[in-house]
Design a binder for this molecule. Sequence first.
Ligand SMILES: Cc1ncc(C[n+]2csc(CCOP(=O)(O)OP(=O)(O)O)c2C)c(N)n1
Ligand SMILES: [Mg+2]
Length: 319
Amino acid sequence: MLLARLLDTKILSIQRQGRIGPYVPCMGEEGAVVPSAKLLQKQDWMFSSYRELGAHLARGLSIDLILAQLFGNSNDLSKGRQMSNSWSNKELNDVPTAAPIGAYLPVATGVAIGAKIRKQKIAVLAFLGDGGTSASDFHVALNFAGVYKAPIVFVCRNNGWAISLPVSKQTASKSIAAKAQAYGFEGIQVDGGDVVAVYTTVSRALEKARRGEGPTLIEALTFRAGPHSTADDPKRYRNDDQVAWDAKDPIKRLQALLVSKGVWTNEKDRELSKQYETMISDAIGRQESVKPIPLKELILGDVYSEMPWNLKEQSEELE
Ligand SMILES: Cc1ncc(C[n+]2csc(CCOP(=O)(O)OP(=O)(O)O)c2C)c(N)n1
Ligand SMILES: [Mg+2]
């Protein structure tokens, strides 16, 4: 969580310096995503939206690969072709998101149904936002998950906003968790800033999925501490209360808990922060200078195993 916070903060500053394109920050929501992703086993699958930086780190994606994706350089596993924040890694069963909200959710359910048919004892974890619950794909995904008793856990980060639209205008349901009832499975609301509560709830849901007892929808109540993206000005639609945010900060809450239990100190915290900051600046130094893949390959590569004559012609023209 701390690594995600420090990396997010640093990425925001290099974005403001014009060194990368648009970015979607994750500050405030680490408590809902990091423990969830940390609970996955190697053969499980993870689907996400774009505000789950910490989940990719927890899954094992390196700082270098996270930055390579944002610089769109030739080290990037998606070769600079994906929208920013669309991290993925085939070896980690970490699937890239799709720009249309929720479009990956039926795919996630499909992977879970596939695993069930193959009798694999695995689980699928799929993150989404409160806005994602209005996408038709959300309802398709939950309906199929319910009917097939698919081994999937949906974790919805309800941060109260879909860009500038408040959740009160997103749904007339009493909660997002309540929506699961219509699809015949359990929905649970949890404080997304309470790491222990998230860990326990997601752990039980993943175990239930692995036992073949079907899906769960978890609504994690979170706080989006920053703007929707670097192209957004939240002051135009909401008033942020700094004091209220400090009390909600999942990292501060966990630090306080660990210090009170005598298993962590502020001194250790400072040391760890320094260590992470060095790792982050070293990785930026490595990735910023890496060139993008050549334009020709970016546009025309990976489409045909053998390039047809018309593309060959265009390729020469491009050169
Ligand atoms: C189908 C679709 N409609 C609209 C958009 C534009 N859009 C991008 S992010 C976003 C808000 C989504 O909010 P939420 O699901 O609550 O996630 P959050 O940004 O709060 O993490 C919208 C409307 C889109 N990408 N796809
Ligand atoms: Mg939201």
